[in-house]
Design a binder for this molecule. Sequence first.
Ligand SMILES: *[C@@H]1O[C@H](CO)[C@@H](O)[C@H](O)[C@H]1NC(C)=O
Ligand SMILES: *[C@@H]1O[C@H](CO)[C@@H](O)[C@H](O)[C@H]1NC(C)=O
Ligand SMILES: *[C@@H]1O[C@H](CO)[C@@H](O)[C@H](O)[C@H]1NC(C)=O
Length: 206
Amino acid sequence: MYYIGYMNLLLCAGLQSVCDATQDAVCYGALGGPVHLQLMRNTTGHELNFKNEKNTIFRIRTNGKLAPKPPSQRWEVVAGNGTLIINPAESTDSGTYRLEISGSDGIIKHHTVQLMVEAPVSDVDLSISCSANGERKAWCSSNGDSPQYSWSLDGRALSGADADLSTDNQTVLLKGNVIGQLTCTVSNHISTTSISRVLFCSGQLL
Ligand SMILES: *[C@@H]1O[C@H](CO)[C@@H](O)[C@H](O)[C@H]1NC(C)=O
Ligand SMILES: *[C@@H]1O[C@H](CO)[C@@H](O)[C@H](O)[C@H]1NC(C)=O
Ligand SMILES: *[C@@H]1O[C@H](CO)[C@@H](O)[C@H](O)[C@H]1NC(C)=O
């Protein structure tokens, strides 16, 4: 048996955030969204060479000019504040980038930025089945990259006294007469979505 509940969509506040890429960093971006990477803080008198494993992708010259320019229309370099804005982000933008920044003192500093573009969590579904022997099983599913599942009952974390979790955390087997509002929260690095359903059937009924 399946029960109708409601869905609560929490759009990630981090979608617009600026990733600090001024030192070695792992930055996550939402597929289709804007990704802001701050590459350096003080652009005055500095030259920045933005490379992949082999080649220079773009270079910000000391005079603020771009040569070469980024290869994609989706990549906007704001030389004045040392920011790269990718919009919309695509999975092909994911990768490991090397930055070489040289100052007026001639010293070149290197750091690495790993960019991972993830599809936000979507199509979250929570189904609860009550079998004839009174066993209740809740199953949460979703699309999106690297989803992580967590559960709560009436707003507190689900404990071992309430339920047994499967190793992937996607399925819970509810114990005894546990009732209340069950919430499944699915998150990845760039988004979070929750769905709740009221547990109607008791373990002793049906
Ligand atoms: C920025 O870099 C320039 C050149 O190296 C330097 O003269 C200036 O003081 C720096 N500004 C800040 C705020 O660090
Ligand atoms: C840099 O400038 C661009 C264009 O004005 C702006 O959209 C962006 O928010 C700025 N980023 C930072 C980190 O100041
Ligand atoms: C399952 O949840 C626990 C507790 O929140 C967490 O420590 C563990 O990493 C999760 N496992 C998976 C495969 O997501």
